[in-house]
Design a protein around this ligand. Structure first.
Ligand code: OOG
Ligand code: MG
Length: 261
């Protein structure tokens, strides 16, 4: 009989796939009993191994907060995952695609928290009071699963496909903007690929922040002052390869250009 699955073995399998840049089959194919609670334990184990290796936690992200993303991935509930400094790509630094498996890019609205925020019972209005600044962002996701095919527990365990992220340089105070109407355009090599507004993210990105605070509280996790929160891809994620120039333009949050090498 094959060795049975547990939290540590699943985390090791995902970290090994990432290190080898080799996609693998969904965990639930081999571990059908993997439920959401254990999937979050796998996610926490993956991130604690990163922290042991020297990375620091810099915030959280939401995944699958837009209909575009939910439809694309065939998964319909938003999820949370960890961000570390090892995933941060400074603006202007090229993305080395040889470090990744099959990267895709997503435009995101990013919050920097001025104060801590902890659920339950957090509303979008309350959540927005904790935000000190809003930025445009670009996330590079890289599922460790073949063809990005996964069930909800798989993608939770895989830290929501996190790989890299870049935060724009133009921060705004939240009260300066109507985030539901903040638009973005995604261009690859000058061609417009997609566009969306902040409404795509659960109606308003503040709803995503509230959802993060409330769902994290079920795991006794609070969002901390100074943390970044990526509120989720506004459009479908777009595959990119070496040689591409990705440009995300926001109405009021500036633009981010990423060179893929
Ligand atoms: C899951 C990651 C989702 C987002 O913004 O929705 C995510 C995936 O699509 O692989 O980062
Ligand atoms: Mg994302």
């Amino acid at each position: 009989m094959s060795r049975s699955w547990d939290i540590k073995r699943a985390a090791d399998a995902l970290l090994a796939a990432e290190a080898a840049r080799k996609h693998r089959s969904a965990l639930t194919d081999e571990w059908p009993g993997l439920d959401l609670a254990n999937a979050y334990r796998v996610q926490d184990e993956v991130v604690s191994q990163r922290v042991e290796a020297g990375e620091s936690i810099v915030g959280m992200k939401l995944g699958l907060t837009s209909h575009a993303k939910q439809r694309q991935m065939g998964v319909s509930s938003p999820i949370t995952a960890w961000l570390t400094d090892g995933m941060a790509l400074n603006s202007g630094v090229a993305l080395d695609t040889s470090e990744l498996i099959h990267p895709r890019v997503e435009p995101e609205i990013v919050f920097v928290l001025g104060e801590s925020l902890e659920g339950p019972g957090v509303t979008a209005a309350r959540a927005m009071k904790a935000v000190s600044h809003v930025y445009g962002g670009l996330e590079i996701i890289d599922s460790r699963y073949t063809d990005f095919r996964f069930r909800l527990p798989d993608v939770v365990a895989d830290n929501a496909s996190s790989a890299r992220f870049t935060v724009g340089t133009r921060g705004r105070r939240p009260e300066e903007l109507d985030l539901a109407l903040e638009a973005c355009v995604v261009k690859i090599n000058g061609d417009v690929i997609d566009s969306a507004t902040g409404t795509a993210v659960l109606g308003h990105p503040g709803e995503a922040l509230a959802l993060a605070a409330n769902s994290l509280s079920e795991r006794q996790i609070g969002l901390e002052a100074g943390w970044l929160v990526l509120t989720g891809g506004m459009t479908d994620a777009v595959p990119t390869v070496a040689g591409d120039t990705v440009c995300i333009e926001f109405t009021h949050l500036g633009s981010i250009t990423l060179q893929c090498a």
